[in-house]
Design a protein around this ligand. Structure first.
Ligand code: HEC
Length: 201
């Protein structure tokens, strides 16, 4: 049975909105039955936390973190990514990456410098609390700028806008694990894209 089919069979989870002041600002959503969310539910939750997420990333003063919501999104709904901390994630690509065929690379093809792919996220705890999640991105640098990571820069920003690390900036050791996993996709320029059933057709 496909993952999507399995998801569509899942019971509809209740979504309760807790008014401002009744809970910590970022904990403004609570699901009565957490578990794997059906795509429509994952999407509606995303719409309700998007603004909080953007406000949270803002103090990073990172242009990518600020601008990515206006870029093309490649997934139909947020999907659970166990490789990114069991968060519900999205895939966005800037115009350079989109034009260069993000998601359609053939073996040996590479993204041009300036291509950026972003994964934002939110978390649902097993108690059903919804929190903004970390922001992950990969930015293609000039040839030779970072040979050890395929000339990709890997960055992780926390939901409060602080940086976990930047492979060509501060605390590169804290984001070294990104490439350790992404290098499995060397054939298509270290990009995994996203699960079939969540791809926009
Ligand atoms: C254990 C493996 C693993 C690790 C570690 C990992 N990723 Fe990923 N990454 C994936 C997979 C698999 C996908 C695609 C599907 C998904 O998200 O589950 C992906 C997708 C992405 C994408 C979308 C671009 C693409 O098509 O590949 C970005 C951006 C990204 N990861 C950034 C990061 C950053 C930044 C880190 C480190 C902080 C990181 N990843 C760590 C496995 C990993």
């Amino acid at each position: 049975m496909s993952r999507l089919h399995r998801l569509s069979l899942a019971a509809i989870v209740g979504l309760a909105l807790i008014g401002p002041g009744q809970a910590a600002e970022e904990e403004h959503l609570r699901l009565t039955r957490p578990g794997e969310l059906p795509p429509a539910k994952a999407q509606s939750i995303y719409q309700s936390v998007e603004k909080t997420m953007a406000d949270g990333y803002a103090p990073s003063r990172d242009a990518i973190a600020k601008n990515y919501p206006s870029w093309r999104r490649f997934n139909i709904a947020p999907y659970l990514s166990d490789t990114h901390g069991n968060r519900y994630v999205n895939n966005y690509a800037n115009a350079t990456a989109t034009k260069a065929g993000y998601g359609k690379l053939k073996a040996g093809q590479k993204m041009p410098p300036g291509a950026v792919v972003v994964k934002d996220s939110y978390t649902v705890t097993n108690k059903g609390e919804v929190f903004p999640g970390a922001l992950f991105y990969m930015q293609k640098l000039a040839p030779g700028r970072s040979p050890a990571t395929g000339d990709w820069r890997f960055v992780q920003i926390l939901p409060d806008g602080s940086y976990i690390g930047d492979t060509v900036g501060d605390s590169p050791e804290d984001v070294g694990f990104c490439f350790t996993c992404h290098k499995a996709m060397a054939e298509v320029d270290y990009l995994f894209f996203l699960p079939d059933e969540y791809r926009k057709k």
